[in-house]
Ligand binder design. Structure first.
Ligand SMILES: Nc1ncnc2c1ncn2[C@@H]1O[C@H](COP(=O)(O)OP(=O)(O)OP(=O)(O)O)[C@@H](O)[C@H]1O
Length: 377
């Protein structure tokens, strides 16, 4: 195994715990590609954790083979194997009697890195997860918030730069907003690091957000469907998967569509130094009610309604634009902006310049099309 991303193959892997009738995992086979995030999702007790822990041999398979980067994982020394696989779990699993720095430096220490290198790595990892090393390095886990503990957990898992990262509900114990932030951070880390990541959750929305591919698991870790989030949302393999995907699958698809994928509306625009009466005449002539006021660099500043156009110059009337989206934003982001801003949200280019707008009707049309495709597909 090198520190480049590696692929993982599980072949006919079965785990039978002693004194149980049925195996917890039965004949599980899966190919995980180098550099992808695969999310295992499924109901409690279906065998997600058992399956994952067999990859780093925290649990020994009863039968089957596991290959990591072409090497037979079951013939490696388990301790050696585990040092090459980052592991992050719910509640972070930090050692309470060790400082943040000692927790993060633990695996590099076991690997025999010299002290200055470990020290530098701890700083680098804290930076990477957005925590100030000077402030946090010498604290104990109990002196951190839940979200900070999870960040340290991720930093620790990444410290020895392992090619593989196993994450078992790593964000399960934090509030929804922190959880969303941690998910965003993981995705931006991954865009730089390209690890092979296996992520366990029972939250389908989390799976959709994070997974390059999602494995929906049933009893004894049976694979009900293994595909991209788009494919699973669009066409659940059976009723069980459909139940898990849940109501609102077409709404969830909005998180997978980008603003660039839909047709933009043309807002009626005005420039900030125009005469209000000129703008009013134009709106009346074109039978429109709103104008989007742009500054001299064509950046959206205000929405003005026809009836505001008697009250003074354009930079004082109407209401300010508070929320903008770009072509890279998801349609879900656009919908949220519309719901807080009302009506429609301006779309801007890289320099903040106006390029179009997304209105509620366009979003509703998109949802309707997705639902029709879903029902006919
Ligand atoms: N050490 C053990 N001995 C016996 N049975 C076990 C052991 N660990 C887990 N099991 C059983 O194996 C099955 C799968 O457990 P596992 O923890 O892998 O499920 P899971 O999908 O990760 O569940 P959860 O989402 O609740 O964490 C369960 O029925 C569980 O009771």
């Amino acid at each position: 195994m090198t520190d480049q991303a590696v692929d993982i193959q599980l072949e006919n892997v079965t785990k039978r715990y002693s004194n149980t009738k049925q195996p917890a995992v039965r004949d599980f086979s899966m190919d995980i590609r180098a550099g992808e995030i695969v999310v295992f999702v499924g109901p409690s007790g279906c065998g997600k954790t058992t399956t994952m822990k067999m990859i780093n041999r925290l649990i020994e398979p009863s039968s089957g083979t596991i290959t990591i980067g072409g090497q037979d994982a079951l013939s490696l020394d388990p301790d050696e194997l585990r040092r090459r696989i980052g592991y992050a779990i719910q509640q972070a699993g930090l050692f309470p009697h060790l400082t943040v720095g000692q927790n993060i430096g633990m695996v590099p220490g076991l690997l025999g890195w010299p002290k200055p290198r470990i020290h530098a790595r701890v700083e680098e990892m804290l930076d990477l997860v957005g925590m100030d090393p000077a402030e946090f390095r010498d604290r104990f886990p109990r002196q951190l918030s839940g979200g900070q503990q999870q960040r340290v957990g991720v930093a620790r898992a990444l410290a020895a730069d392992p090619p593989v990262l196993l994450m078992d509900e790593p964000f399960g114990a934090v509030d929804p907003i922190t959880r969303g932030n941690l998910q965003d951070e993981l995705l931006s880390l991954q865009s730089e690091l390209h690890k092979t990541i296996v992520f366990v959750t029972h939250d389908f929305d989390e799976a959709v957000k994070l997974g390059d591919r999602i494995a929906v698991l049933g009893p004894q870790s049976s694979i009900l469907q293994f595909d991209t989030p788009e494919a699973i949302l669009a066409a659940p393999a059976d009723d069980t998967v459909a139940g898990f995907v849940g109501a609102g699958a077409s709404l969830k698809q909005l998180t997978l569509l980008r603003v660039r994928d839909i047709e933009l509306d043309e807002a009626e625009t005005a420039t900030i130094d125009e005469q209000p009466s000129v703008v009013r005449d134009r709106l009346v002539a074109r039978n429109r009610k709103y104008a989007l006021v742009l500054d001299s660099r064509r950046r959206p500043k205000r929405w003005v309604h026809l009836r505001d156009l008697n009250d003074g110059p354009l930079d004082t009337v109407g209401r300010p634009v508070n929320d903008l989206v770009t072509k890279q934003s998801t349609v879900q982001d656009a919908l949220e902006a519309i719901l807080t801003e009302g009506g429609s949200v301006p779309v801007v280019g890289t320099r903040g310049e106006y390029v179009g707008a997304v209105g509620i009707d366009t979003v509703m049309d998109t949802v309707r099309k997705l639902r029709e495709e879903h029902e006919n597909g």
